[in-house]
Ligand binder design. Sequence first.
Ligand code: G3P
Length: 225
Amino acid sequence: MLKTPIVVVNFKTYPESTGERAVQLAKIIEQVAQDYSASVAVCPQHADIYRVSREVSIPVLAQHVDPLKPGRNTGWVTPASVKAAGAVGTLINHSEHKIPHDQVKQVVDLCRSKELVTIVCTADVEESKGLAAHSPDFIAVEPPELIGTGIPVSKAKPEIVSGSVKAIQEVNSSVQVLCGAGITTGEDVAKAVELGTVGVLVASGIVRAKDQRAAIEDMVRALPK
Ligand code: G3P
C-alpha cells in the first residue's frame, strides 16, 4: 500500500503541522510528490487525520494506535477508527510513544487484519532485530538522541542503520527498512538509501523548515527513481 522509495513525514504535535496548518502542509507535500512522481506519506495527529485525508490523495498514517478492537475503550484509539478517518496505516512504538513489545505484535496483527500498513519504530539494532520477528510492513530505526537535532542518523550513526538493515534481513526479509532522526537534506536521504533503506521517516527537517516546500523538494529529489 506504500510505494517505495518513500519519504514519510511525521507531523508530531508541532504548531506548524496542527489543525488547518496540517492540511496546508499536506497539500504542499502532495504537490511536491506529484511534481517529482515520488512517494511521500504524512502522519498528522489523530484529530487531524480526517481533515487531512479528505484534502489530499497522498497516503495518510496515524502516529499511534492502541491494540484494541472497537468497544468499551474510552479515550483509546483503535485501528478501526483511524481507518474510518482515512488513514492507510500507522506508526507504532515511536520513541516518543513507546509500548511493550508484546503490544507491538498485537497492533501489527490487528492492523494487518484491517489492511493497515505498520511502520514500527526502533531505537537501535537490537530492538530492530527483536521487532522484525513481529513482521511489520516497515521498521524505522531512529536513535532517540538524534531526534530533532538536525544531526542525521545516516551520517552520524551509519552503523545503526546498516546494522539494522542486516539484522532485519536475517530475521524477516519481507520487512522494509527506513531510518530517521536528524534528517534535513537530500544528501542525508541519499546516504540513508546507500545504507540499504527504502527511505526515511522525518519530522522537524520539513515541519519546522523556514521553507517547507524547498525542504521536501530537496529530500524527494534524492530518492532513487
Ligand atoms: O518520526 C520522525 C522522527 O522522530 C525524527 O524526527 O525531527 O529528527 O526528523 P526529526
